[in-house]
Design a protein around this ligand. Structure first.
Ligand code: ADP
Ligand SMILES: Cc1cn([C@H]2C[C@H](O)[C@@H](COP(=O)(O)O)O2)c(=O)[nH]c1=O
Length: 218
């Protein structure tokens, strides 16, 4: 049975790498995939991994009907044995429904990759729809780590290394503290306390370092 699979995790946990491996393994066996992406850091029409691999992809536009795009490709004699959609959190909920239709009406596997929640730990609309519709949600095996060593489960947006909670939901960027605006993956405890690696180093007061009395009053 064809499936809609959502591979989800934090930033920097290997989603794009896995997407490229799936593409490599299938194309090595003569299958032809259709690859969608949106707002990859490497630029328009690219699917890239931090390991340095990159491939061409179809850049999904606002209001684009991805189901119609696949049908049009097939009707022109093209092949699509499977579909990959990276940065799927940036797709509109309607486009996720269209991917589900690719599975159900065309019998094609769709592998979607994306982060589930934004820097405020709120679901992206596209990811919410994927959780609602996917046959399977897969959490990646290689865990990204918080600075404290715990499994990273949340994405923080940082300015100058310090976590911010105001701003637009979509700001394309990397897990890079040298940039003005960057991202850092954290465990839930440190995301809740807004303690990034830089603020921990700077000894910024957080409930982690407050006296027990003070913690019980907060
Ligand atoms: N220099 C490196 N050596 C080994 N692995 C690396 C290196 N740089 C990045 N990685 C691996 O690549 C992962 C990020 O892969 P990527 O596919 O770009 O992530 P995602 O798409 O989830 O943001 C890191 O978690 C790490 O496992
Ligand atoms: C948390 C968060 C992330 N983004 C952006 C930043 C990156 O461009 C992508 C995630 O890419 P990755 O391959 O998973 O690292 O999403 C955003 O726009 N808003 C956010 O809140």
């Amino acid at each position: 049975m064809p499936e809609l699979v959502f591979f989800s995790g934090t930033m920097d946990c290997g989603k794009s790498t896995l997407a490229l491996q799936i593409e490599h393994n299938r194309s090595a066996r003569g299958l032809q995939g259709m690859i969608f992406t949106r707002d990859d850091r490497a630029g328009e029409g690219k699917l890239s991994s931090r390991l340095g691999l990159v491939t061409d992809a179809v850049e999904v536009e606002d209001d684009q009907d991805v189901y119609a795009y696949v049908v049009d490709h097939l009707s022109r004699g093209g092949r699509a044995d499977y579909v990959i959609a990276d940065e799927a959190q940036f797709l509109a909920p309607e486009q996720i429904d269209q991917l589900a239709r690719v599975v159900d009406d065309l019998g094609i596997d769709v592998f979607a990759f994306g982060i589930t929640t934004d820097f405020r730990s709120k679901l992206f609309p596209g990811s919410q729809r994927l959780v609602e519709l996917a046959d399977r949600v897969e959490v990646l095996q290689v865990e990204a780590l918080c600075w404290c060593g715990a499994r990273a489960t949340h994405n923080a947006r940082t300015i100058g290394g310090h976590m911010v909670v105001e701003g637009a939901q979509v700001v394309v960027g990397d897990v890079d503290q040298s940039e003005d605006i960057g991202y850092e993956v954290l465990c839930r405890r440190h995301h809740r306390r807004r303690t990034t690696a830089a603020s921990a180093r700077a000894g910024v007061l957080s409930p982690d370092v407050l006296p027990v009395d003070a913690v019980s009053r907060t």
